[in-house]
Write a new protein. Structure first.
Length: 355
């Protein structure tokens, strides 16, 4: 009679996500034991058995809950039972920078990153996670890139389940008889994503008569497609402005005249990319606006302080970036960063370990 519809849906999503990659490329599933990553692990094991693709499992133990080491060990054992090998259970030290959610994300991705160097890492995000991500981005006012949500594939990470609902992964696990772990953090109201999941989205579904999760996930895809186009145009504009400034592609100086020919949405992207590639990391909207003023609202103002101690100046019709004498950021740059920093820290939360 064939597999349960939810099982079939997860398997199809995995097969499609892997189709563009050679079967010799190893794939690892990041698994916490929750329904999303567990259904994904089972589907990867199924695909590996039939395709011959090397497939393993990675479980990251954040060590922030009592009994976390035991839970991670159980996930590892289950990985072997599913037929995945090798299985890696990795303990990490979660710091405090950016708050508990951002710190857990940083530690988790530091542990997963080595597996993307010669293979693929599959993450269990669903359409529900995507909808929550869009709402978080809207609430922070952090711009269209945050609203565009998570990519289905980026830098060795695959998210095959972004078009599926959490209810489907739960149904798949139930049909397969898999022991789902229910993370207590998923019910902890201290985390914003938990409250979005348990309070905000159900209310929106009620007020707007359903379909909100799918609509938000669909919006993310549409915004992301537009942003990809804008970023391609910005790359071309950067090359043109750098050449006009005498620095070559990605050079040290940009031609103000060349930049001025482009609309604001392109100019802001060019300036942010140019400064960050030179070393001024984590630019905020405040920094970018000040850089734009050097192009659009020039009144002879002095250099602009940027993170990392860099300074941007306008001289002789070009913009230049002055490297710091030492790596310590200036007080002004630190003030700007603290006023409006947004490094997508809210995009990933320990209340959903796959994130």
């Amino acid at each position: 009679m064939g597999p349960h519809p939810a099982v079939a849906a997860v398997r199809l999503a995995v097969r499609r996500a892997l189709a563009a990659h050679p079967v010799s490329t190893p794939a690892f599933v990041a698994c916490s034991g929750g329904a999303d990553s567990l259904a994904l692990a089972a589907a990867l094991a199924f695909d590996s058995e039939r395709s011959g693709r090397p497939a393993g499992l990675v479980c990251v133990d954040h060590g922030v809950q009592d009994g976390s080491a035991g839970q991670a060990a159980r996930v590892g054992a289950l990985g072997y039972e599913l037929g995945l090998s090798p299985v890696h259970v990795l303990g990490v030290d979660v710091g405090s920078a950016g708050g508990p959610e951002a710190a857990a994300r940083t530690a988790r991705y530091a542990a997963l990153r080595p597996f993307t160097e010669h293979g693929l890492v599959l993450l269990g995000h669903t359409a529900d996670d995507q909808a929550e991500t869009v709402l978080l981005g809207l609430g922070r006012g952090s711009g269209p890139r945050s609203i565009a949500g998570m990519r289905s594939e980026h830098q060795g990470y695959l998210r095959p389940l972004l078009a599926l609902r959490r209810s489907e992964t739960e149904a798949a696990c139930q049909a397969l008889g898999l022991p789902v772990w229910h993370d207590p953090h998923n019910r902890d109201p201290r985390f914003r994503r938990t409250r979005l999941r348990q309070e905000v989205l159900p209310l929106l579904e009620d007020v707007l008569a359903g379909g909100v999760t799918e609509a938000l996930a669909r919006t993310a895809g549409q915004v992301r497609a537009d942003l990809d186009t804008l970023e391609q145009l910005a790359e071309q504009a950067l090359a043109s402005a750098a050449s006009g400034g005498g620095g070559g592609d990605g050079g040290d100086r940009l031609s103000v005249e060349a930049l001025s020919r482009h609309p604001d949405g392109i100019v802001s992207r060019v300036l942010k990319s140019w400064a960050e590639r030179a070393g001024a990391r984590s630019l905020t909207a405040v920094h970018v606006r000040e850089l734009e003023r050097l192009v659009r609202d020039w009144h002879g103002q002095g250099p602009i302080d940027l993170p990392g101690g860099y300074r941007a100046e306008r001289a002789s019709g070009t913009l230049g970036l002055i490297a710091p004498a030492d790596p310590v950021s200036s007080r002004a740059a630190q003030s700007l960063t603290g006023a409006a920093a947004d490094n997508d820290a809210g995009r990933f939360s320990p209340c959903h370990p796959e994130e």
